[in-house]
Design a protein around this ligand. Sequence first.
Ligand code: HEC
Ligand code: HEC
Length: 214
Amino acid sequence: MSKKVFWGIIIGIIVFATLAATRSAWMNIDNLTFLRSYIKKVNILPEEKNLTFEKSCSACHTLYAPGLLPARSWKVMMSGLSNHFGDNAEMEAKNRDEVSAYLQRNAADVVENIYSEQLLLSIKPDESPLRFTDTSYFKLLHDIVHPDMVIGNPDVKSIARCDVCHKETLEGRYNRFAVQIPNYYKEGVWKKGVARPYTEGENTGAVQGSEQRE
Ligand code: HEC
Ligand code: HEC
């Protein structure tokens, strides 16, 4: 065996052993402080506000941010409000046009934030999804959310009720470190049990634990 190969193997073993020994630190993204402070700041809401939109589109569900769908999707949705997911959400033509224009002006393909950008990457240019929750990006983000936590959970029922789990939905933030799922708590993974009370700015379950250990 040449000297080069010998030292190559020794260095390889040292690097591997170091990574293995510190595995729990770098495998757990909850420990990455820079990621946490970055995500805390991501905000999907546009600067432009619109009262007509806020009033008419929050009557039946939480107010969805315009940046959750591309302009072409909003256009399709706003031209078919009489059958809106089985409901009649029709409104005065003047208001409808105002809201439609507002949504398209602030849609995912216009505003700049990481959620809208990732969403756009996950849908084909010729697709106009009407549900953010149907996109592969949303499904990827929520793959740890089991149907039992949603459909089988009397306090959630629908994954479209963002505000139930993301308490800062109306402020435009979906920080994964501040998620609260009713009747579940997080201890490494989500477990069935009494949810911990939510306090502003506080992180949940495992995150708290790992901070205490530091
Ligand atoms: C009459 C009640 C009603 C009104 C008013 C209404 N919606 Fe809805 N909307 C619904 C229902 C019901 C659903 C399906 C919810 C579910 O699956 O849990 C829905 C779903 C949605 C979704 C899909 C959410 C997802 O990703 O799964 C979007 C987007 C949406 N509405 C936007 C709007 C906008 C924009 C307005 C205002 C123009 C509006 N809604 C007004 C009843 C309403
Ligand atoms: C049943 C609870 C629940 C509901 C309802 C829910 N989410 Fe989530 N969401 C989660 C969980 C849990 C995560 C974190 C996943 C993880 O840690 O990998 C998450 C993560 C996210 C993220 C990524 C956050 C980050 O830190 O980057 C976004 C964006 C998001 N959700 C948007 C939404 C939107 C928009 C809706 C409504 C259409 C919604 N969620 C409904 C539980 C929920």
